[in-house]
Design a protein around this ligand. Structure first.
Ligand code: ADP
Ligand code: ASP
Ligand code: MG
Length: 416
């Protein structure tokens, strides 16, 4: 049993869907479960729909139309005849979306978010499954919400492993080619839940864990895991192999090539993870697994932009100790700030975080009541694993340094 995951970039248009089919034909698709995300940037487009539903109703219809038109164009490119049943099927999926929005009474943003956002994955897998059937790659479409069960922490639901394991074992025929959705799951009341943005990698790992799969392969628009994001660094190099530990560290510091939650279930069962190019599927890519060191052993760079750096000192020159620190962290948690670096001295404390939920002003107000506060918006956080002198100077050159922190393996630098 092998698990494949194709992300949004791999199926952003009809060419992409055809290429997915070609990858399966080239590498084989026996005993394979294929997990697919929403097409292209459809999750972002559905986020706009949700925002309009709550804040800008006059824009709602237009934003829904964009989502429908995008999928319709792909259908027209993939299927010759407009009479093909897939057209009706996709139309009825989006009728369900309209129906939900017209009937919904819940004011809970996160709940509504999960009910709406899932239509991206439902549409993409329905189209891909029909296309594969059409060209002779007979497959079975599965509704992942009948397989992966979670709590009702909408937008970042937690997997109920026991129930999920049981459902997957009972319902999944591993002998055939199966296609299902990434990112989605359902709660005890069968409402749709999601596993967090970019969560489809994690879906693949959940299935692999429950099925004791031989391997997971995530198919990417890059040759594998590189030592840096090629969008921001020139000459990024392919890592042939890395350990689970290394992959967890890279994902934790923000290497967006693998979702951070993906590694843990795989590591527990020592299931190897391959990261490969969907454009060159026969190439080796990167192997993540037990007993691999990082090869080649070179510095790995990660950059996170749009971070906030906040420095706090006590108003009366008293020490910043456990008590204040725990209070600071309570507030960071309350305002959903994801902390990336902390640094403290006797009377000051600095913290660098993502401001994903627009809570910065409220957090700062709260902190200012107790501390002297300085903050910098839009800073960049560079993390280098396996650093050397040259790597450090390449980052520092020409930038204003705000914070620097070294451990044996990792250096973190915050710059303006
Ligand atoms: P998916 O379509 O599967 O969601 P993503 O676009 O989320 O794929 O991830 C692939 C992208 O991740 C690449 O195009 C690349 O820009 C980025 N990336 C960030 N860090 C790395 C890295 N260390 N190695 C390879 N790609 C990386
Ligand atoms: N479609 C979802 C997202 O864009 C999940 C994923 O792609 O992994 O976040
Ligand atoms: Mg992605």
């Amino acid at each position: 049993m092998q698990v494949f995951k194709f992300g949004g970039a791999s199926v952003k248009n009809a060419e992409g869907v055809k290429n997915l089919a070609s990858v399966l034909q080239q590498v084989g698709y026996e005993n394979t479960l294929v997990v697919v995300s929403a097409m292209g940037k459809m999750t972002n487009a559905l986020e706009v729909v949700i925002k309009n539903y709550f804040d800008q109703p006059s824009e709602l219809a237009g934003s829904i139309e964009e989502v429908k038109t995008f999928h319709h164009k792909i259908l027209v490119d993939l299927f010759e005849h407009i009479q093909h049943p897939i057209f009706k099927k996709i139309a009825s999926i989006f009728e369900e979306l309209d129906y939900f929005l017209s009937r919904n009474k819940s004011p809970d943003y996160n709940f509504v978010y999960d009910q709406v956002i899932g239509f991206g994955e439902l549409a993409s897998t329905t189209i891909i499954s029909a296309y594969l059937n059409e060209i002779g790659l007979t497959n079975n479409w599965l509704d992942v919400r009948e397989l992966i069960k979670t709590d009702d922490y909408y937008r970042r639901a937690n997997v109920d492993w026991e129930h999920t394991q049981w459902k997957i074992k009972a319902k999944l025929d591993t002998k055939v080619l199966n296609i299902t959705q990434g990112f989605l799951a359902s709660d005890a009341n069968n409402f749709t839940t999601t596993l967090g943005r970019e969560g489809s990698d994690y879906t693949a790992a959940i299935f692999a864990y429950c099925l004791n799969a031989e391997s997971v392969t995530i198919w990417k628009d890059v040759p594998g895991v590189l030592n840096a994001d090629p969008r921001y660094f020139e000459n990024a190099q392919l890592l042939n192999s890395i350990s689970y530990r290394e992959a967890i560290e890279l994902a934790f510091y923000g290497a967006s090539v693998i979702h951070p939650k993906t590694l843990q279930p795989l590591q527990q069962k020592e299931i190897p993870l391959f990261v490969k190019s969907f454009l060159n599927p026969k190439e080796e890519g990167t192997r993540v697994g037990k007993g691999f060191g990082i090869e080649p052993n070179i510095p790995c760079y990660i950059v996170k932009k749009n971070q906030v750096l906040v420095s706090l000192s006590s108003l009366d020159f008293s020490y910043i100790v456990e008590e204040n620190i725990s209070e600071i962290f309570k507030l960071l948690h309350l305002y959903k700030m994801k902390v990336d670096v902390i640094q403290n001295s006797a009377i000051s404390f600095s913290v660098c975080f993502d401001n994903n939920y627009n809570n910065l002003e409220r957090l700062l107000q709260h902190l200012k009541a107790k501390f002297k506060v300085t903050s910098h918006n839009n800073v960049s956080l560079y993390t280098v694993r396996h650093y050397n002198e040259q790597a450090i100077s390449s980052i520092e050159e020409g930038k204003e340094l705000l914070l620097k922190q070294l451990t044996q393996e990792t250096i973190q630098i915050v710059t303006k």
